[in-house]
Design a protein around this ligand. Sequence first.
Ligand code: IPE
Ligand code: IPE
Ligand code: MG
Length: 258
Amino acid sequence: MFSALNASASKDQTVPRHVAIVMDGNGRWAKRRFMPRGMGHKAGVDALVTVVQAAADRGIGFLTVFAFSSENWKRPEEEVSGLMSLLIVALSKHLTKLRTDGVQIRVVGDLAGVSPKVRQALLDACEATAHNERLVLTVAFNYGGRWDVLQACRRIVADGLSPDRIDEATMSRYMAMSYAPDPDLFIRTGGEVRLSNFLLWQSAYAELVFTDCLWPDFDGRELDKALETFRRRERRFGDVGQDDEPPASGLAVNTPGN
Ligand code: IPE
Ligand code: IPE
Ligand code: MG
């Protein structure tokens, strides 16, 4: 499915087809302004709306954002319920514009673990935008990379696949984001240098970019900086670098005296 989407951008190797973002730093952004953490999350929604537009303008086909992790339930109840309400408010406020802008919303995560109201709001947003093709915005909600690997394994066992039929391609098909190519660029804002259980399987060969910019301050310019870093990277996927290619004659080894 994804090969048809955004075909022009996918030919340009310098623009990542899929960008994944850990939107971190909302709490610190608010704290610096002597505001409650919830205000940081609210500002984070505005940043997301800006970045979705910027990503679409730059020809990125898939944008995946970490909105709530399977570990975020550890937070104070007030913050968790605030985040749940914010999701519902944000979807109702921005859905019409996202739909008319050609954004297809998808959700990955353990939706059985969220309230029926939150689940319905997410599913309604997916349904309302299912026909769109400009940009696929995946919201990772109650998501964890380990949960994703586990749910894939469970479904493989439930489908009765024999061990010799299970390879990496099979696993990828059972992972929650089977509809998308693996992320090319993995951005984390907020200064922490860790994955925090996001897209563990899918990010095996993603280029990692960490920035101190707090998520509410992230915008098109910050995205461009990350894209520029990505452009300068040489992706080798385990192969030798381009400068190390053997000459056209095929002589890979130069022994003294040759
Ligand atoms: C990320 O910002 C948003 C969510 C995890 C929902 P944080 O709330 O983690 O912000 P910091 O890391 O405390 O600054
Ligand atoms: C990761 O941020 C999760 C999201 C951005 C949704 P956290 O703030 O939860 O990560 P840790 O706790 O610093 O690893
Ligand atoms: Mg954080």
